[in-house]
Design a protein around this ligand. Structure first.
Ligand SMILES: Nc1ncnc2c1ncn2[C@@H]1O[C@H](COP(=O)(O)OP(=O)(O)OP(=O)(O)O)[C@@H](O)[C@H]1O
Ligand SMILES: [Mg+2]
Length: 358
């Protein structure tokens, strides 16, 4: 199945809960080489002492005792999925670190040494469309392959899925979602919005319930909180007990225009389309402008995906009108021409997902 195929989300009744079982298990392929560039990532082991927060985790045991692994190269499949992703070198390095750590822990256990289990709850900091959900799915799969998680599925939620309408309702909704995530990953997008309303808001009840679940069901699921970098920072600052519970923090940088173009070409290729050089030129000009104009709301690869999909629709309309009584032929069916890329500037009024191609 193509990466895009795997990423198509099954949308639940609330429109936000996305559940996906990772369907590709263990490949027999040999040898994954380590991503070449090593970039700083925050990876603190469970016993790292972050002053005031230490007390909160004193009684928190590691997430998982590493189970015996079946033979085979568990990373080859993961690496294949990471390799197709443009950029994200720091993220790729961290995923490899997690793999290496688990693999060595296994060998250490076998050698009678302390396996050194770790906590795998994570924070993903990045602007929209920087690959957070995609990487969360890959991480879920890696943890499943390495025996940390039994199922490796991803439940993606946001505030509306967790927060209820009356006292007690939020705890119940949140617990239900945690239960669904057992054996996999609970991915909370725009996590900072849970702290939006302050003490009296039900968002706080959701946070408290999640923290309790991390303790009560510590070996049973991994929690990933995601959101805009500045807002996540603020969220963590206003919840001093939280940072130490999330030893792995990953930054998802905005893509450069070159990377966005590479992503556009990849997405077109995946769909059996090709971008003519003039089309790439037009897209590049537009992306440069758009990135510059909407610094805080530009949705990176998601913007590109929407731009490609919209261009594909325009191409279909153009071809039907040009070739009313015949087939355009393979070449023309594939070619996205500059005139298919109809560009509207995204509003700069702060609208995040509503305007243009967001
Ligand atoms: N580095 C990349 N290479 C190729 N495609 C990518 C890359 N990053 C993201 N994409 C694609 O862009 C789209 C958006 O990515 P994704 O949903 O993972 O981003 P996100 O950070 O979760 O966004 P949001 O904040 O909006 O939830 C997906 O179709 C994904 O496949
Ligand atoms: Mg996402």
């Amino acid at each position: 199945m193509s990466m895009q195929g795997q990423l198509l989300a099954a949308t639940g009744s609330k429109g936000q809960v996305i559940e996906r079982m990772n369907d590709q298990i263990a490949s027999g392929a040999k040898s994954g080489t380590r991503p070449s560039r090593q970039i700083n990532v925050v990876l603190r082991s469970h016993d790292s002492s972050s002053s005031g927060a230490a007390a909160h985790i004193a009684d928190q045991e590691p997430l998982a005792a590493v189970k015996p692994l079946p033979p085979g190269d568990h990373y080859a499949d993961i690496q294949k999925e990471l390799d197709v992703m443009v950029g994200l070198d720091n993220v790729k390095s961290l995923v490899y670190e997690i793999y290496a750590m688990l693999q060595i822990a296994q060998m250490r256990s076998e050698a009678g040494l302390n396996g050194g289990a770790h906590v795998y709850h994570m924070i993903f900091k990045g602007n929209p469309g920087t690959g957070k959900t995609t990487i969360a799915r890959i991480v879920a799969k890696l943890l499943q392959k390495m025996g940390v998680l039994s199922k490796g599925h991803l439940i993606e939620v946001e505030r509306a899925d967790l927060v209820g309408e009356y006292i007690g309702h939020t705890a119940q909704k949140t617990r239900d979602l945690v239960r669904k995530a057992v054996g996999g990953v609970l991915f909370v997008d725009e996590a900072y919005s849970l702290a939006r309303g302050g003490e009296k808001d039900f968002g706080k009840e959701a946070i408290d319930t999640l923290v309790k679940a991390m303790e009560d069901m510590r070996n049973q699921f991994v929690l990933i909180l995601a959101g805009y970098p500045a807002e996540i920072e603020h969220f963590l600052m206003t919840n001093p007990g939280l940072p130490s519970r999330f030893p792995i923090q990953i930054d998802f940088p905005d893509y450069t225009v070159d990377q966005l173009i590479q992503i556009a070409e990849l997405m077109a290729r995946d769909r059996d389309y090709s971008l003519l050089p003039q089309t790439v030129f037009k897209m590049r000009q537009h992306l440069m402008q758009e990135k510059h104009m909407s610094v805080f709301s530009f949705s990176n690869a998601r913007y590109v995906r929407n731009m490609i999909e919209k261009s594909i629709r325009h191409q279909a309309v153009r071809l039907l009108s040009q070739y009313a009584n015949s087939s355009p032929g393979k070449q023309e069916l594939m070619a996205i021409r500059p005139e298919d890329v109809k560009l509207e500037m995204q509003s700069t009024s702060g609208g995040r997902r509503e305007n243009g191609y967001t």
